[in-house]
Design a binder for this molecule. Structure first.
Ligand SMILES: [Zn+2]
Length: 335
């Protein structure tokens, strides 16, 4: 807001004009120009009593600036004694300076001025905050979109596959009756984008030593499209997790491929359609299988742990389970 030099105050204000008058004594606080607000002493001519307040605040801000152009600044600062205090509302635009008591009085008497000053300085902050806030909301919405994209990409291309074994009760019964139902095969999947082609195999009624006792689950490496550009042998640990109906991991077991010498030949680059399987013969006791079913089905999430980070993380979580488990369950169904 421009600060007009108000004509009504000209009479008293003249001393502060650019060319100081010969007989003029500077008022006590020359550097306290008023803020152009409806402070009582701004409304009309200066009150006759020579209160510091009325004189000081009538000094328009501009005068000081103009004066700077003509006269050196030290002329002004010289007349401001060191012990004078600023009005506590200085940062909000009040230029009052004076003795301690004087400033106290000013704060007490000029509440309206200070309120308006506060309003004026708060409003821009407020609108700035509003703009920032709506910016944050936009950013947040954008972030959510990216997260959804990332999640769906991970589901599509991430190092995992969810093996669905429908109607586990029936699958177990069928396996007891017919050899051809002892193994269930998943769709082939890739460990990751341009990764190893793999397949999961479940034996609902157990496999090998675990026959009739456990639900067994394995994976195998298949001949895949990207084998030429992959590292061999396969060196990724693989974790198997049973998922609840709300996608929580109920039971997780991880096979650390480097620690199981028996399966090393299954980790080489496949020459036939697929290698032998490796995993857990004793994955889940058959007696407990219904506890882990989600609406009668079993969902096993298979994660191929690609990075070192994941590898260590997995070791921390699963080392307990693996120590006691028969990790080296494997079948020799080489084709
Ligand atoms: Zn003030």
């Amino acid at each position: 807001m421009e600060t007009p030099i108000m004509p009504t105050t000209q009479k008293e204000v003249t001393p502060i004009m650019v060319q100081p008058m010969p007989n003029w004594k500077p008022p006590k606080s020359i550097s306290s120009p008023p803020t152009p607000l409806d402070s009582p002493f701004m409304a009309g001519p200066i009150r006759p009593r020579f209160s510091t307040r009325s004189v000081e605040v009538s000094i328009p801000i501009h005068v000081e600036e103009e004066k700077e152009l003509v006269a050196p600044k030290k002329d002004i600062t010289l007349v401001v004694p060191d012990h004078w205090l600023d009005c506590p509302f200085k940062e909000h635009g009040c230029h009052k300076k004076g003795e301690k008591n004087e400033v106290k009085r000013h704060v007490r008497d000029d509440r309206n001025l200070h309120l308006v000053l506060l309003c004026l300085s708060l409003n821009p902050i407020r609108s700035k905050i509003n703009i920032q806030q709506s910016g944050y909301v936009d950013k947040y919405a954008g972030m959510l979109q990216y997260m959804n994209l990332a999640e769906s990409s991970f589901e599509k291309f991430g190092s995992q596959h969810t093996f669905h074994v429908p109607k586990i009760g029936l699958a177990v019964v069928k396996a007891t009756k017919n050899k051809s139902h002892r193994s269930l095969f998943s769709q082939p999947f890739y460990s990751h984008g341009y990764g190893y082609k793999m397949m999961a195999v479940a034996a609902p009624y157990g496999d090998g030593l675990a026959f009739r006792e456990y639900f067994s689950v394995f994976v195998c490496i298949m001949k895949g499209e990207w084998d030429d550009i992959l590292e061999w042998p396969f060196r990724c640990d693989v974790s198997f997790s049973i998922l609840s109906d709300d996608k929580k991991e109920l039971l997780t077991k991880t096979i650390y491929v480097n620690k199981v010498p028996e399966i090393q030949e299954f980790l080489e680059r496949p020459e036939g359609l697929r290698n032998g399987t490796f995993g857990f013969q004793d994955f889940l006791p058959l007696a407990k299988i219904t506890e882990f079913a989600a609406d009668g089905d079993i969902f096993i999430q298979i994660k191929v742990l690609l990075s070192h980070e994941k590898l260590f993380e997995a070791e921390e979580i699963d080392s307990m389970e693996c120590q006691g488990a028969n990790v080296a369950g494997f079948k020799t169904k080489n084709e």
